[in-house]
Design a protein around this ligand. Structure first.
Ligand code: C5P
Length: 313
């Protein structure tokens, strides 16, 4: 029986700009996505019978078809029915370290790892771009999670252009364990409040995308100017998520006051992150934030930026 262990890293958004809504129910975005070292560990083991079994160390994570990792296995079965008939199903064990429903792509990176793992176990020989096209069918962040790194993402998040690597920087993550934000609800609220600002004229959309590609944040990333990167972080979804969750707003203010290069919400939240120049600075910020907010429900984690997506060990 074959078995693989995979490392599935989380991501943060250094930049998230919403351009307009689309007929398929998604939004056209321009983002800068960044992998981090904080990762789940998945074991994928073939067992020769004709089903998929999922277990997870985290009690809040469902183990049925509502789990994106389970859906990734089902998608592979559908697309490669001959390989499934030959090799059979697998046991998928997720050892969860990434906070759930946090804006860190925890579910997406687990799905990405299942695609990579089944590609190996079923000896399919799919390339990274082929796996990414499959990932698109599961969720907007799945293609990014496969290869990771520092990328500009456009479309609904699936069109990816790598722009260098930033793996020398550190990051403090703050998340209230019991707080979960629904991504679709955050986008819906944004649509309700800001759709009058949307632009869908193709030439204007292209110029908005070009403005990011040729803009100061991408430039700061390619020059590894960490001070500038910290100053230029941006996330449109903060405008709807922070006013709704006063705890998260307060956490952002405290993290901002404690220093670091810059502080921002990741994705649809509610995780707030602070970029740091060194591990020492990150430790110091974590300590100060813990002094300011004693609530044991607040999880504070330190990790590093990373240039890697799914890794097989
Ligand atoms: O792609 P994913 O399943 O992660 O998206 C979850 C929800 O977030 C979508 O159903 C949609 O409501 C919203 N979304 C969006 N535009 C995007 C990505 C996500 O409106 N580009």
């Amino acid at each position: 029986m074959q078995s693989y262990t995979l490392i599935a890293p989380a991501k943060i958004n250094l930049y998230l700009e919403i351009i307009h809504d689309r007929p398929d129910g998604y939004h056209e975005l321009v983002m800068i996505l960044q992998s981090i070292d904080l990762a789940d560990r998945l074991e994928i083991r073939s067992h020769g019978t004709q089903d998929f079994r999922l277990t997870c160390s985290h009690p809040q994570v469902p183990t049925n078809e509502t789990n994106l990792a389970y859906r990734a296995a089902q998608l592979m079965k559908l697309e490669f029915s001959e390989a499934f008939a030959n090799y059979g199903g697998v046991d998928i064990t997720i050892n969860k370290r990434i906070p759930v429903a946090a804006g860190l792509a925890g579910g997406s990176t687990n799905a990405a790892a299942v695609l990579v793992g089944l590609n190996l176990i079923w000896e399919l020989g799919l390339t990274i771009p082929q796996l990414q096209r499959l990932g698109e069918k599961l969720g907007s962040d799945v293609p990014f999670c496969i290869a990771g790194g520092t990328v500009v993402a456009t479309g609904r998040g699936e069109k990816l252009v790598p722009i260098g690597d930033l793996d020398s920087l550190w990051v403090v993550l703050g998340k209230y364990q019991s707080l979960a934000v629904s991504t679709s609800r955050a986008y819906q609220t944004y649509w309700q409040q800001f759709s009058h600002e949307y632009v869908s004229d193709r030439a204007v959309v292209n110029s908005r995308i070009f403005r990011v590609y040729s803009g100061p944040l991408v430039q700061a990333i390619s020059q590894k100017n960490s001070q500038k990167i910290g100053q230029l972080l941006h996330n449109d979804l903060e405008k709807v998520v922070l006013p709704e969750y006063s705890q998260v707003m307060k956490l952002k203010k405290i993290l901002q006051q404690t220093g670091g290069l810059g502080t921002m919400m990741s994705g649809s939240g509610p995780t707030i992150f602070t970029l740091c120049q060194s591990q020492q600075e990150a430790e110091n910020i974590k300590y100060q934030a813990r002094q300011a907010i004693c609530d044991p429900n607040l999880e504070l984690l330190i990790t590093k930026l990373s240039s890697r997506g799914i890794q097989i060990i």
